[in-house]
Design a protein. Structure first.
Lengths: 411, 385
């Protein structure tokens, strides 16, 4: 039977059989490299290639771009199965979850032909180049400049930050300012960038908890051909919204990583082994369990409602907010369980807990700060007015951007 | 939001429309000022007769609707949203309890409750009530006081007692006309559900015995119906606060444009979504008899209890001076949130209960070896991990 004839449930069964043979089960210990807790990049690409060969990648994407051309139901059926496994492809999620969907929605035929199949088959790693040191939550105030030079080419100068896996990436999705005379959202354009350009410098970011997959990326007069533009000149914000919507779907539907060292189950066992299970610790574990229930029950409800055809709109922001509360709660309970042993440690188990504890604050920041999420909920779900502000209407050049007090024109 | 099937959604809409037509959010104020019964018997008669609310939890052969827990939650949610003073919750919980026994007396009362001829109070006996073997077999003799019970004015009080001579639980059935039974109405914190003191002076009444698992199931269902009522009220206070944020203008802006206001409302909205999600999960766990049903129910209880209480008090804050007046209904929700947090188990009890359940679930080795470890002896229970 060919793939195309299979019902979603048959397809899911075939996927489960394949994954059982090739992928680690959810929660199994991982083989890590480079301090980021994930497999080497060539192994990740090889796994993705095998997954694509077996017919389980690019499921609902067009056949002409390397997809399977199957229905959304097939995609959903696969998503349920894949949640039982830990796919060793985290570095590829930016390309698969954000960049390829953006190209499929807004890219030219040749951009789609050149890249989508390669992303599906693990031949191209992608990164996203949106945030800047002076443009985080307010990403539309970015100042990296794209100037048009002879023959329609572009020259890129500026600095990006928080680019996950840019140190592995072959290509990047770049949002840059093409017209500072326009209001800030209207003078931006989106480009495809070859990350191997010698005028690009990638620098790893060291996080409070240690190593990370984040990078800073410097553009020192990088030249891009006219064909690198995605969509219209000054139409980049609309393209970025597609990417960010895909990102929210990717984050919202991704499952928790295997065993969470600051989850209530792990911490209960740690407390037991260390002889620290007191009524106070049990209460703290109960509090943590409530936060875990919040996240899991909300995930179940939202996906049930989506399956029934409800438009979730901005309600996904609630799930992200709940996940941030959970991370903070996990940190609190971990500290309670460790007691004074949090002061110093020499065992790998404590190190793992402390690492997770130090990483917890970033969950309220990355992928939308709690404050931005509350704005989204208030404005888009509850219809409350936008913050008072003038920045949407006046030319970017006259805006105060970048916390050093410089203006949009003085880049 | 609570409804998960088309049938439940239709029921919820019918009920919502009926309540919008026939009730006002501040009905409890009028009833309180009138100083008579805490609910409107005429409205309850219609809710019972036209919408079948009185018999929702009673099986069909006894004249009820034989509805499941999810339908009970749908009804409680809508009544909570409008803060309708009605004997629905105490009567429903009593019906669930009576339905779990095989007692013939219980069947007679269930018919009465389903038909709307009687309402019931569900009473947790405290230490001030003594229960001893009655003079007639199958009866229990009660002597003492239950300081506060929810409801009051009910035709029958279902008193949860430990049966004499053992730890088997049972329900003592105390009809209001029983010699030696006195209801004394109290000033209720929650104006939507009367409160009373119940005095039983050497009263001998029939008792419906119940096994422990059934008692736990009833208790769990009761808490979830109460959580549904809170969730409905929670949605209402968030919508009240949001509406005020959109319309009230200060410093040249609708106040909802200021993040101190909009973020508070957004947080309380997020809490509401979480409460509803946890409740749906707990109801599904209960109906499917899932192994984690007890944990899910306590979790849903705690989440709704705390988040509704915060929402009800933040709603007052956002309304400013208006929020603390008698005429404005914000305090009705605040009162309701405080009262429901103290009924069917307190917050502190629930969090300890959850801790114990988590400990049990997280120590599977204990049941595997069959060794019983007393709680509190942490060291010993931990050795088996």
């Amino acid at each position: 039977m060919s793939m195309i004839d299979r019902s979603p449930s048959e397809y899911a069964a075939a996927a489960r059989a394949w994954l059982a043979e090739h992928a680690p089960l959810h929660g199994a210990p991982r083989k890590a490299s480079g301090g980021t807790g994930e497999p080497p990049i060539d192994e990740q690409c090889a796994f993705q290639a095998a997954l694509a060969d077996a017919g389980f990648a690019g499921i609902s994407w067009p056949v002409e771009f390397g997809g399977q051309g199957l229905s959304q139901e097939h995609q959903n059926a696969f998503a349920e199965v894949v949640a039982e496994f830990d796919l060793p492809t985290t570095a590829l999620t930016i390309g698969l979850g954000m960049c390829a969907p953006t190209l499929l929605a807004c890219g030219s035929q040749s951009q789609q032909r050149d890249h989508v199949a390669n992303v599906i088959a693990g031949r191209e790693v992608w990164c996203q180049l949106f945030s800047e040191p002076g443009a985080g939550s307010d990403v539309a105030s970015l100042v990296t400049a794209a100037e048009q030079i002879d023959g329609g080419s572009w020259r890129i100068t500026g600095q990006k930050i928080w680019s996950s896996y840019a140190h592995y990436a072959h290509f990047g999705l770049l949002l840059a300012r093409t017209d500072p005379e326009q209001p800030k959202h209207q003078g931006l354009s989106m480009f495809v960038v070859d990350m191997h350009d010698p005028a690009i410098t990638v620098r790893r970011i060291r996080m409070a908890s240690g190593e990370s997959h984040f990078n800073e990326v410097f553009f020192d007069g990088v030249e891009l051909p006219a064909s690198a533009l995605i969509g219209e000149v000054n139409g980049g914000w609309a393209v970025a919204r597609i990417t960010l919507a895909s990102e929210r779907v990717t984050i919202g539907t991704s499952r928790r990583p295997g065993r969470n060292p600051i989850g209530s189950e792990s911490l209960l066992q740690l407390a037991c082994r260390n002889g620290r299970l007191s009524p106070e610790v049990l209460r703290s574990l109960a509090e943590l369990h409530l936060l875990e229930t919040s996240v899991s029950a909300l995930g179940t409800m939202l996906s049930d409602q989506q399956r029934e055809g409800a438009d979730l709109g901005a309600r996904g922001a609630v799930a992200k907010l709940a996940a941030a509360r959970l991370a903070a709660g996990g940190g609190r309970t971990a500290a309670t369980v460790l007691g004074e042993t949090v002061l110093g440690y020499d065992d790998p188990e404590s190190a793992e807990v402390i690492h997770a504890l130090l990483e917890a604050p970033s969950r309220s920041i990355g992928g939308g700060t709690n404050e931005m999420l509350r704005n989204i909920i208030a404005e888009r779900v509850l219809g409350l007015p936008k913050d008072p502000g003038i920045e949407r209407s006046i030319p970017f050049r006259e805006l105060r951007v970048n916390s050093n007090g410089i203006q949009g024109g003085n880049q | 939001m609570i409804a998960t099937t088309d049938e439940q959604r239709a029921f919820s809409q019918v009920l919502r429309r009926f309540l919008e037509q026939h009730t006002r959010i501040d009905d409890a104020l009028q009833l309180n000022d009138a100083g008579e019964l805490w609910y409107d018997p005429a409205l309850w008669a219609r809710l019972a007769g036209e919408l079948g609310l009185s018999g929702l939890a009673v099986v069909e052969e006894l004249g009820g609707q034989g509805a499941g827990l999810s339908e009970l939650c749908v009804a409680a949610y809508e009544l909570g949203a409008r803060l309708v003073p009605s004997p629905f919750l105490p009567t429903t919980i009593a019906s669930l309890a009576l339905g779990a026994t095989e007692d013939p007396q219980a069947r007679r009362w269930l018919e009465q409750l389903a038909g709307g001829q009687a309402t019931a109070a569900f009473v947790q006996a405290g230490p001030a009530l003594r229960a001893v073997e009655g003079s007639v077999a199958g009866e229990v003799m009660l002597d003492g006081t239950v300081e506060v019970t929810v409801g009051g004015g009910a035709e029958v009080a279902l008193v949860v007692v430990e049966l004499p001579g053992g730890s088997r639980p049972g329900y003592a059935l105390c009809p209001v006309e029983t010699q030696g039974l006195t209801w004394s109405p109290l000033q209720a914190l929650d104006l939507t559900r009367g409160a009373a003191r119940l005095r039983l002076s050497g009263v001998s009444v029939p008792v419906a015995p119940l096994d422990l698992p059934s008692r736990d199931r009833v208790r769990r269902a009761a808490r979830l119906v109460l959580a549904a009522e809170r969730a409905g009220a929670h949605e209402q206070v968030v919508q009240m606060a949001a509406a005020h944020g959109r319309s009230r203008v200060a410093f040249g802006q609708p106040i909802g444009a200021f993040q101190a206001v909009k973020h508070t409302i957004a947080d309380r909205y997020a809490d509401w979504e979480i409460s509803v999600a946890a409740l749906r999960d707990a109801v599904a766990a209960h109906e499917a008899g899932r192994g984690d049903a007890a944990i899910a129910a306590v979790s849903a209880t705690l989440l709704s209890l705390r988040s509704y209480r915060s929402a009800a008090s933040d709603n007052i804050q956002i309304h400013g001076g208006m929020g603390v007046t008698w005429e404005f209904p914000a305090h009705l929700y605040y009162r309701h949130s405080l009262a429901t947090a103290a009924w069917l188990g307190t917050e502190a009890e629930a969090i300890n209960e959850l801790g114990a359940l988590i400990q049990d679930a997280g120590v599977p080795a204990r049941t595997a070896t069959g060794e019983v470890v007393l709680r509190g002896e942490e060291e010993q229970s931990c050795k088996q991990l």
